[in-house]
Design a protein around this ligand. Structure first.
Ligand code: AMP
Ligand code: MG
Length: 496
């Protein structure tokens, strides 16, 4: 018998770790372990992502996997920490925020490249302020399904590996239960990380952070001739372009983020922090999906301008490094050309237009204003239009409009334009640009209600549909239909 003290149990994922963010030093984070939760169980796992990351397929559902991804069992090689950032919330400087309920476990070297692993809802940190450090099951399922839906739509996003749940009570408007989402991304650095060090005049740290992000993710910025060869200006320009491309995709698919605070903006141009997000039902350009957003700052049609406003904050934070206001402004200018170009390209693809022609913009603007005037269901319109171009009659798409004559007139002009693009090629492209399935609020809500009763099958069904949103999935048409009347009553707020 040996009486040696046993080392604490650790789970080995079988992949090397290289915790580069942790190497930045203590100005950037506080090292701490997640706070365990009682009686954890798997709510949903993403086997497709596990495979991409080179993780053992049965890991997520195993007792050790569930324990590790709840924060109850350390991972060998990980170096858990909460990072510090600041930010502008609803247009107002909010000062220090930080990972109040997230723990960065570290950076795993995977077949899909380096990926950071982060737990969300894993307990209090020095940045929790008044919060409890927890996330509820409802919002965790929404983040899991929402981010995987975006990924399958080809929209840059953080990913979600699994959700685990616990009976531990969490107080929101009512008592709910705790859950943890395991998220992955090459980096979780936000605009707010840069704002933090700029606001405190910690210019050495600001430069260290910028150099870190540039060297890892934007190495081309070191060698360019553009913007007077200034690497920090080139960096701002690249982030502006990625953000522009991402927001153009949001607009085209009808995605509302809901809380575009600068601390919720990824430095890699990824969709991040799924809170009160929504995929549009009826097309209402002024739609506000976040019930806490009384002024409509983050309404659907304001997202492009808000993204620019946020980039401007990033530009201000980077100014001490760029050293020249004119250069910073010139770097931001790229947003104003890239966003409209990307949006035009995305909407052109939704219409199957092929190579751009004069008059395309009018065609797009006219259909968007008809959709808005009749509050037509956005996703159903585009899918039915695709099917019409693929050869079914015009009835199903025409039926969506009250102003039939206006729509008929548009359809005639569109038909002439399509004849030049080639209908067969157009139809094929449209059916891959216009999803049949998106994560509508009511679909998520129904799956969440069942999950609260311990039945996770609906979450799994939705995941399978959303991971292949352009496929028909016979037998699931009910999930591609109009929202029920009660859908508009669903209130999604910042409380998550
Ligand atoms: P969000 O609007 O969800 O992106 O969160 C803004 C800030 O509040 C971030 O610093 C979060 O970490 C923090 N936060 C949100 N919810 C909680 C919570 N339940 N406990 C601790 N911090 C939270
Ligand atoms: Mg956030």
């Amino acid at each position: 018998m040996s009486d040696a003290i046993e080392a604490p149990a650790r789970l080995d994922l079988g992949l090397p770790w290289h915790n580069s963010f942790a190497a930045l030093g203590p100005a950037f984070f506080t090292e701490l372990a997640p706070t365990p939760l009682p009686a954890p169980g798997l709510v949903c796992g993403n086997t497709a992502l596990a495979r991409e990351l080179g993780l053992a397929p049965d890991l997520i559902g195993s007792p050790q996997g569930v324990a590790a991804f709840t924060g109850n069992l350390p991972l060998a090689g990980s170096r858990p920490l909460a990072s510090v950032y600041s930010g502008h919330q609803f247009g107002v400087w909010a000062g220090q925020l930080g990972d109040g309920r997230a723990i960065l476990l570290g950076e795993l070297q995977t077949p899909a490249g380096p990926q950071e692993l982060q737990l969300k809802g894993s307990g209090r940190t020095p940045y929790s302020r008044m919060g409890d450090g927890r996330a509820v099951l409802r919002s965790s399922i929404r983040e899991f399904l929402g981010s995987e839906a975006m990924q399958a739509l080809g929209i840059p996003t953080t990913r979600a590996l699994c959700v685990t749940g616990s009976p531990a009570p969490v107080r929101r408007e009512e008592i709910e239960t705790a859950a943890v989402v395991t998220r992955t991304a090459p980096s979780f650095v936000r605009f707010g990380h840069f704002e933090h060090f700029a606001a405190r005049d910690q210019l050495g740290d600001l430069r260290r952070l910028a150099d870190y992000v540039i060297d890892r993710f934007y190495p081309g910025c070191r060698h360019g001739e553009r913007l007077a060869g200034n690497p920090y200006a080139a960096f701002l320009e690249q982030v502006s372009e990625r953000t522009a491309a991402m927001v153009a995709q949001w607009q085209a698919v009808g995605f509302c983020h809901g809380v575009m605070n600068t601390d919720n903006m990824s430095i890699l141009g990824l969709t991040i922090d799924y809170g009160p997000f929504q995929f549009l039902d009826a097309f209402d350009p002024n739609h506000i999906c976040n019930h806490s957003d009384e002024q409509g700052r983050y309404a659907y049609n304001r997202q492009p301008n808000v993204a620019y406003w946020n980039l401007f904050c990033l530009g201000q934070a980077l100014l001490p490094l760029i050293g020249d206001q004119e250069l910073a402004l010139a770097a931001l200018e790229s947003y104003k050309t890239v966003f409209p170009r990307e949006l035009e390209g995305r909407l052109g693809a939704k219409l199957g237009l092929g190579r751009a022609e004069a008059g395309d913009r009018e065609l797009v603007e006219q259909i968007l204003s008809l959709l808005a005037a009749d509050r037509v269901d956005y996703t159903i319109f585009w899918r039915r239009l695709s099917q019409h171009v693929a050869g079914t009659g015009a009835e199903p798409v025409r039926d969506l409009f009250l102003r039939r004559d206006d729509f008929e007139a548009w359809l005639r002009r569109y038909g002439e334009r399509l004849d030049r693009a080639g209908r067969a090629a157009a139809a094929q492209g449209m059916l891959r640009s216009n999803p049949k399935y998106v994560l509508r609020n009511h679909l998520g809500e129904l799956a969440i209600r069942q999950a609260k009763l311990g039945d996770h099958s609906e979450v799994e069904t939705l995941l399978a549909l959303l991971q292949a949103p352009f496929d028909e999935h016979p037998g699931h048409d009910d999930k591609a239909g109009f929202p029920p009347d009660w859908a508009s009553q669903i209130e999604i707020s910042c409380s998550s």
